[in-house]
Design a protein. Structure first.
Length: 209
């Protein structure tokens, strides 16, 4: 008898909900993924992005979670969880090596508000926690500086430059490779917790002097 994999859980942050894709997302997925600005710096998003692409996308997200090779999330605001505003995933999971690849994009109307950092930070916690990965890598085109800044904020370190690694709009693009290890991520979380604890104790300490 074939074992049934548990459903992909939803993740919540202060402002966001990361949840599984569902059929009702199709229209909004086509709208957001169809933005040229998203296709411009991604290889996996075609342009134009049609309803056929959208149906295949939603089906693949479920199939790859069931196969244990990826965790794909629709990103939405907590107050409007049914309205997709972006995408975040750990994909290309290699269990033998404990590694996966981070991928994300966001509706251009929500850019610049810190949502990408918030979503990917929650996804890293999922990768190093329930998914039990040891290393998460990410690739982004050199000209996509915004993604590079998001990765740096959540602890990724640049590991190398892949010259003319992909072709987009008939132009060969240089790509930067970055990664974060679980031990480094856990160390940073412990340091943040210690800093928060020290800050919380400061007023009481001053009051006794």
């Amino acid at each position: 008898m074939t074992a049934v994999r548990a459903l992909l859980p939803s993740l919540e942050t202060a402002r966001l909900r990361l949840r599984p894709f569902r059929d009702a997302d199709l229209e909004r997925l086509v709208e957001v993924a169809g933005q040229r600005s998203i296709a411009d710096t991604t290889v996996s998003v075609p342009h134009p992005f049609t309803a056929e692409h959208g149906r295949a996308w939603i089906a693949r997200c479920a199939a790859e979670w069931n196969a244990g090779v990826a965790a794909h999330f629709a990103v939405a605001l907590r107050e409007t969880p049914g309205r997709l505003m972006g995408y975040a995933a750990v994909r290309s999971i290699q269990r033998e090596h404990g590694e996966g690849e981070l991928s994300f994009w966001l509706d251009e109307a929500h850019a610049g508000a810190g949502y990408a950092t918030e979503a990917t930070g929650a996804l890293l916690a999922f990768a190093f926690g329930p998914l039990d990965l040891n290393r998460v890598c990410a690739h982004h085109m050199v000209r996509n500086a915004a993604s590079g800044r998001v990765l740096a904020r959540i602890g990724f370190r640049r590991e190398g430059l892949l010259r003319q690694h992909v072709r987009k709009w008939d132009v060969y693009e240089d790509v930067l490779l970055s990664a974060v290890l679980r031990e480094d991520w856990m160390k940073e979380r412990a340091e943040e917790a210690a800093c928060s604890s020290a800050t919380a104790r400061t007023p009481a300490t001053l009051g006794r002097q």
